[in-house]
Design a protein around this ligand. Sequence first.
Ligand code: AP5
Ligand code: MG
Length: 192
Amino acid sequence: MAGAPGCGKGTQSKMIVEKYNLKHLSSGELLRKEISDKTELGQYIDKLISNGQLIPDELMIDMLAQQIDLLDKNSIEGIILDGFPRTVTQAQALEEMMDKRGIDVDVLIDVSVDEDELINRLLKRAELLGRSDDNIDTIKQRFDVYHSKTKPVSDFYKNADKYVSIDGMGTVDEIFVRIGKVLDQLQSQKNK
Ligand code: AP5
Ligand code: MG
């Protein structure tokens, strides 16, 4: 699941995993866990996240691979990655990582939302959760990084014919129906 900060990756992923018996792996949540555990690595990550910068590819790829290896793959139907891959290097590494483990990367679901709406959502969340990166300066920095480093990931999946764009404007339930259609279609193709 991909898309700009605040597009609904986390919200939708949580709903999808329940319906489709998938495991949700969020790179942002993994990183925030490291911060709340107060490790040395967490302090380093905290600075980057608070400034709206990406964590270096190699570190992020290693952290994600470790999580995938911890999963009991027999008890789930698949994995939904939220916020990963975020660079073309990560996308290439993901292909390799999954190939080695005999897992297919099926599709990139790219959730598209207008920037004004993204800012509204993130500022509203700032009042509720107080995430260190939910302030207007860091939000703008996150958008810049998204446009320069993450947007090109879409082309990687378009070229591989594994790209679907979803309209992320509307209610949470409306968007969930749109994503559900993509997943149902994917499932029926796999069962053919
Ligand atoms: P990450 O945690 O992934 O943050 P993000 O991409 O900025 O996105 P958010 O989590 O803020 O938004 P979301 O799309 O999940 O939307 P949500 O469902 O919460 O990454 C944080 C940082 O970690 C990065 O900046 C980077 O530093 C680092 N990082 C993470 N992954 C990395 C990687 N792969 N490589 C390197 N660095 C990495 O929704 C937002 C709000 O809107 C919520 O309050 C929600 O309730 C609300 N909402 C959702 N849907 C709707 C709707 N339809 N209508 C109204 N409100 C809605
Ligand atoms: Mg999120």
